[in-house]
Write a protein that binds this ligand. Structure first.
Ligand SMILES: *[C@@H]1O[C@H](CO)[C@@H](O)[C@H](O)[C@H]1NC(C)=O
Length: 446
């Protein structure tokens, strides 16, 4: 069977290969920032998110770049650092019409620039001449890649305090995109990397003193949601935090070790290290864990009037009922909740309700949105993808080296949407964040 599994921009093993080396003469691109001032900053740049897990398989933001600004739809990816857009240059694998491509205009980042050198993984960064351009290559775990050149341009951002600020930000202009194997070519114009590496927009905004080094997303199960840089939208209570694994701080957001609970009970699936990757549509476990989970689910639905739907090409494991299903709520009662229990913090859990691991396809079947990562080349890695991150605000706090989450209604941006609904626009303020309090109980309860 030919399973067309979309894993857009599943981003591990990220390699940023920058051309050339030269003495590290840093240009003074970034203003020094004052830590005291940062602690008092409570403003965030906020973006509305479009997309869904099924049928699209990705979440995107409309990102403005340039002066005058143009909009680019970028896949949001907490599994990589570099943001890039398809480049209006002799371009291989560019899928967009010309007017949606980014046209560089004398704004190439130089090879000697701090960003070009600073991101380099190895020490062999050199520049033949100081005004060489800064080439980059990003490779994604699904064997896709983007190759291009770094440019710097205005990125107008709307902040929650009402200010519109247009800092100059470096990003990739990608002219050679490759997609192989099971990867479908992107229908987006690029990737918004949410990682914490030096090239990421997050790090750049932070070094300009505009935000705290915090990024969060809230992906709605009904599609859409929002994304923010900075810590202004974080509720003052109810979030559960767990420390990032130290090795993860540079490239990926990794938590662990965790144990899988099935219907609240311990399982043999233990010691998991989990990458939180909004660039992956589904959740992946290593083969051993995957088979254990599949066994648990299959044993549990025995005698529940579900039969395997082997003819549904959407995902590897699907079931049909006596009538065709319209949404996961039709099948919710057949399936048990999963949870991840993190060892480091006592009783800390992330609940994965049936909506967090099942989809209902256009054929009316229910399919398992947990996949075998080893089979698609991920080896022993486990990835928590969009499907399991839905309907939660997930916050990556790089300053405190921790990741937090809270069940949330991601359909509305706190403060902002509420304020627009009222009769006057008020300056959004942290005091309004109480709207999260009456939602589902926090995942940490127990
Ligand atoms: C709003 O927040 C931004 C980013 O932190 C900051 O640069 C700006 O000065 C703030 N504007 C006001 C009016 O406080």
């Amino acid at each position: 069977m030919d399973f067309k599994i979309k894993i857009p921009f599943l981003t591990l093993f990220l390699f940023l290969l920058f051309s050339s080396i030269f003495p590290l003469t840093f240009s003074a691109a970034n203003k020094p920032f004052n830590t005291d001032k940062l602690h008092r900053l409570a403003s965030s740049a906020v973006f509305r998110v479009q997309g869904n897990v099924y049928p699209l398989g990705y979440y995107t933001v409309s990102f403005s770049i340039g002066n005058p600004p143009k909009l680019y739809d970028l896949d949001i990816d907490s599994g990589s650092d570099l943001t890039w857009v398809q480049c209006d240059a002799p371009c291989k694998g560019c899928t967009k019409p010309n007017h949606q491509l980014y046209k560089p205009s004398n704004n190439l980042v130089q090879c000697v620039d701090q960003l070009c050198a600073g991101v380099h993984l190895t020490s062999d960064h050199h520049c033949d001449t100081p005004d060489d351009q800064c080439d980059y290559e990003v490779e994604y775990a699904d064997h896709g890649s983007s190759l291009g050149v770094l440019v710097r341009d205005y990125v107008p951002l709307q902040f929650t305090n009402g200010s519109m600020i247009s800092p100059k930000i470096a990003f990739g202009c990608g002219y050679d995109q490759k997609f192989s194997g099971h990867t479908s070519p992107p229908s987006t114009t690029g990737v918004l990397g949410l990682g914490n590496g030096k090239t990421s927009i997050l790090s750049q905004l932070h070094s300009l003193g505009l935000i705290r080094n915090v990024v969060g997303h809230c992906l709605s199960g009904r599609g859409g949601g929002f994304l923010f840089f900075g810590d202004d939208l974080i509720p003052s209570s109810g979030i559960v935090w767990t420390p990032m694994l130290p090795s993860s701080s540079e490239k990926h957001y990794i938590l662990g070790p965790a144990e899988l609970l099935f219907n609240g009970k311990s399982t043999t699936v233990k010691g998991l290290e989990l990458i939180f990757d909004s660039g992956s549509s589904y959740t992946y476990f290593n083969s051993k864990a995957y088979r254990a989970i599949l066994d648990l689910v299959i044993n549990d639905i025995k005698g529940k009037q579900l039969t395997r739907a082997t003819e549904d090409p959407s995902l590897p494991i699907c079931w049909k009922g006596s009538k065709s299903f319209k949404s996961v709520s039709d099948v919710k009662n057949y399936f048990k909740p999963l949870a991840l229990r993190f060892k480091k913090v006592k009783n800390l859990q992330m609940l994965i309700p049936p909506e967090g691991y099942l989809i209902v396809t256009k054929h009316g079947n229910v399919c398992l949105g947990i996949l075998d990562g080893t089979e698609v080349g991920l080896g022993n890695l486990n990835i928590i993808g969009d499907i399991s991150l839905q309907d939660k605000m997930v916050i990556y706090d790089n300053e405190r080296q921790q990741i937090g989450w809270i069940s949330s209604n991601c359909d509305r941006i706190p403060n902002i949407d509420r304020d627009f609904e009222g009769d006057a626009f008020q300056q959004p303020h942290a005091a309004n964040l109480g709207i999260f309090d009456d939602r589902c109980p926090a995942d940490s309860e127990l």
